[in-house]
Design a protein around this ligand. Structure first.
Ligand SMILES: [Ca+2]
Ligand SMILES: [Ca+2]
Ligand SMILES: [Ca+2]
Length: 247
């Protein structure tokens, strides 16, 4: 069960913050992220448009602060289903090097839907999440060694980091959409992290194209339970009653 650590809840928030629009495409699989969220949490419980960063009140960089985290994979719809790897890194404001020091794996490629873990962190740390697309293998526009981060300012801009992107935002490719489900889960800090495993800044195509992306954010969808200073979207979740899965 989650360990409550609300005693550490006082943090200095980054001054904010401009909201950004995510350009989602038509999913190559035909299953949208809204479909995935509806199945997991109940129809309409989580609005796909209420991702962290969609509101001007959101701080610029999402992160968590805890001594451990709980993680659950609840949907993976991707060609890289069996290789995508996800982990954590200490968020200190500089581009992390994923080398096993101050970072670690949460889900390896073979972990699949329903896999639930608890990962101990090195003390109370400020952390973000990374995705290694296609695990140890290359992905087009993300050759091995390139990771995607929840902090979009660490992701290269456009398909190859050349700085020209097919669509906004122009100051950092969002590779993960984050939703705050804490109000739905009796105040237990709970978040959905929905990854796009192809480079967001690539051209959005209607059908599979190894050079493009669909920006459907259903490639690896996980629930993370850890304290975060990300503020609650009170207006978005105000009317929701008891739709959260009952455990
Ligand atoms: Ca890789
Ligand atoms: Ca990019
Ligand atoms: Ca995708």
């Amino acid at each position: 069960m989650h360990k409550f650590i609300f005693a550490v809840a006082i943090l200095v928030m980054a001054t904010s913050a401009s909201a950004y629009d995510v350009e989602m495409g038509s999913s190559w699989s035909g299953v949208t992220l809204q479909d995935v969220l509806d199945v997991q949490y109940g129809p309409g419980a989580v609005d796909v448009n209420s991702y962290f960063g969609s509101s001007p009140g959101d701080p610029t960089v999402p992160y968590w602060f805890d001594s451990s985290l709980g993680g659950l994979i609840f949907r993976e719809i991707a060609g890289f289903l069996h290789t995508n790897t996800m982990g954590w890194y200490i968020e200190d404001g500089s581009m992390p090097t994923i080398d096993g020091i101050d970072d670690g794996v949460i889900f390896n490629g073979l972990d699949s839907e329903g896999h639930d873990v608890v990962v101990n962190l090195p003390g109370e740390v400020k952390f973000g999440l990374w995705l290694d697309p296609n695990g140890p293998n290359d992905s087009h526009n993300a050759p091995q060694g390139e990771y995607f981060f929840t902090n979009r300012f660490y992701n290269d801009i456009g398909p190859d980091g050349g700085g020209t992107t097919y669509h906004g935002p122009t100051d950092g490719d969002p590779q993960a959409l984050i939703y705050n489900l804490t109000p739905l889960n009796s105040g237990i800090p709970t978040f959905v992290v929905a990854w796009e495993d192809l480079d967001y800044g690539s051209e959005i195509t209607l059908n599979y194209d190894p050079l493009g992306t669909d920006n459907d954010f259903t490639d690896m969808v996980v629930e993370i339970r850890a304290y975060s200073p990300v503020p609650t979207h009170k207006s978005s979740f105000g009317q929701i009653k008891g739709l959260f899965r009952g455990n």
